[in-house]
Ligand binder design. Structure first.
Ligand code: G3H
Length: 263
């Protein structure tokens, strides 16, 4: 059985969807549909666009909701002349707990390399934000069966310079790029293969405690219909959900996955 520190985490990455009014409506619907026990059993987090964060904060704080929130990216810099960037201190001040780092869409469309991703992981930890650090292979790498090595190399690069106690504060998300937004979900065994390799690598590079306590998520076309099978895998501690997280009913069913499995 997974240790307590690996409480299942369902994080909804809304990407560039929903304005601040739609954000309020969605979070209200989650709060209305999920009871205290369900939100205690499964940590539930929304990751809206930056422009929604203040509205989400006001709602979550005002009604003392058991729903966490975070941002989709952060600057590696503390502050200053970086037009368009959002820093760790600005996110922390808004009450964010999480920040996604190294998502494949940032790597692809904003040319973020492993070094940039590593500096963002470090920035997040500096400002007490939990990075949801993404790794994952494209289709070509998968087809050449080099995916495990590719993901482990991304993991190593992203965690470069971190001590074991810092790594334990990171959430790692395995997202095969070919499964993102395509409707092609990796099989539970595909998810387990890489999540298991990530955990073994954490043991090898840091220590057993780090490997056993660090949470590893799967992401890529997760929906209510497939989440339970994926969550049955021993090294999968949650999901980073894209498209299905902007549909309140669907995300509620994803959070309620324990009702469909016995782990
Ligand atoms: O961050 C989330 C992932 O990119 C997965 O997106 P998706 O669930 O729409 O495939």
């Amino acid at each position: 059985m997974a240790p307590q520190s690996r409480r299942p985490l369902m994080a909804g990455n809304w990407k560039m969807n929903l304005n601040h009014l739609e954000a309020i409506a969605l979070v209200q619907k989650l709060a209305f549909s999920l009871n205290e026990q369900q939100l205690t059993d499964v940590e539930t987090v929304v990751i809206p666009p930056f422009t929604d964060l203040r509205s989400v904060q006001t709602l979550v704080d005002g009604d003392k909701l058991l729903i966490g929130y975070g941002a989709q990216d952060l600057s590696p810099h503390k502050g200053g002349a970086y037009t368009g960037d959002i820093s760790g201190p600005l996110l922390a001040k808004l009450g964010c707990s999480y920040v996604v780092v190294g998502h494949s869409e940032r790597r692809q469309y904003h040319h973020e390399d492993d070094q940039v991703v590593n500096s963002k992981v470090q920035a997040a930890l500096t400002y007490e934000l939990t990075p949801i650090f993404c790794i994952g292979e494209g289709l070509e790498v998968r087809e050449s069966a080099a995916h495990v090595g590719h993901c482990v190399a991304q993991l190593d690069a992203g965690l470069d310079g971190l001590k074991a106690e810092q790594v334990r504060k990171v959430v790692i998300a395995y997202e095969p790029v070919w499964a993102i937004g395509t409707g092609k979900t990796a099989t539970p065994d595909d998810a387990q293969e890489v999540c298991g390799a990530v955990r073994s690598r954490l043991a090898e590079r840091f220590d057993t405690e780090t490997a056993e306590t660090t949470r590893i998520l799967y992401g890529g076309s997760v929906k209510a219909a497939n989440v339970a099978q994926i969550m049955e895998m021993p090294d999968v501690d949650g999901a980073l959900v894209g498209g299905a997280s902007i549909d309140a009913d669907e995300f509620v069913q994803i959070v309620r996955f324990p009702e469909h499995i016995k782990k």
